[in-house]
Design a protein around this ligand. Sequence first.
Ligand code: SF4
Ligand code: SF4
Length: 439
Amino acid sequence: MTDLLRELRRQEEKLFNCVHCGFCLPACPTYTRLGDEADSPRGRLHFMRAVVEGRLEPDSPAFTRHLDRCLGCRACESVCPSGVEYGHLLEGAREVAVRASPPSFLSRVLPTVMERPSLLRPAMFLARILRSTGFPDLAAQRLPSKGWLGQVRLGMGMVAATSHRPLPGTPGLPVRRRGTAKATAAAGTLGNGARTAMLLGCVQEGLLARVNRATARVLAANGFRIAEVPEQGCCGAVHAHTGDLEGARELARRNIRAFEEAGVETVAVNAAGCGATMKEYGHLLGDDPAYADRARELAKKVRDISELLGRPGLRVGARLPLTVTYDAPCHLLHAQRISKEPLAMLLSIPGLELVPLRGHEECCGGAGVYGITHAELGGQIGDDKVKAILATAAQVVATGNPGCMMQIGAGLRMAGAGVEVVHPVELVDESYRRGGLYR
Ligand code: SF4
Ligand code: SF4
């Protein structure tokens, strides 16, 4: 039992920071939907403390069920006046919960596939083949929304959401999917020639490679020197969020070795969930004498793409006359506390009209495979996001995380809406392409 609680005990004093004020309750998507204190941050912290103090068994349904319903969005952290580090506590508590009561098959599949390139590559290949048939798009629109078929429908919608479609209102001018375009000789000075590696990511490179290609082009156009890091792998975010901290540590060690070898000054990340995890490698490996310092060093070099580009000096491309709304990924806004930079990137694009999104700070219901494993609650949260997006009348929604792009894209497809979902860097890229900044 002591070993089972090791991670949570390590952080026990963090639990005492909660003063039970309840400020976090209105920010919590599960509490606002269910109205149950047990499904609030305060309630979940109460259960964690009861387990650490031996008043509640780690395999008790109260502990496992309410932790399982948490999205891990960390909106509670942003509003907590006592600075409770809910994200770290949740990861420790999830490790306890999954060891005491093994998670469902569906929850285990994703991390298992992601940590093994021998499974990841064929899985992504098959998903791309499936996507190319057009079946996922059809299934997202036609399958029933309830029962297991509803879960299949969402899964298909998520695959369909990664497909490439031309930007609305601009026939014949698609967002570049691939391409070897290089920055013009007159590359910008924002990057100052910094040797920069990109985290390619599992889903990002597997299904949304166009976002990685756009990122590389825009970085190069702004004077960053891109370095290849072939030995890099999964960042471990899904493992950490699902309670497999040992698995996350192993993946973090592999990445530390790979990025050290490359000798880069900066690691650019265009997936908010991955960036948040890499910035916390120091915490994850804090007890590992061989890696603790190296983990902190790598974490210091990690930057979300918006931190690198959303600042004065970003090159300006051609007009992109689109109405765009922005949804903030939880792991960018709440975990990394980055809010202005993605907006600055979008506002740098001439002709682009940015319209505010009600509830942009709330989770889209994606949270890994939450929408599939928690169909009803995830579906409710996702539907609210789709309604808010449609209310803006925007042609495009921009968000900087593959999970959010897929969840929101699936929701929009299931609603029969033609709103396109893109990463903010794709819009900058398209503006550059039209402006002749690539050769
Ligand atoms: S806002 Fe912070 S201190 Fe207040 S109840 Fe929530 S977690 Fe506890
Ligand atoms: S992480 Fe999100 S869902 Fe979980 S308790 Fe905090 S606000 Fe609620």
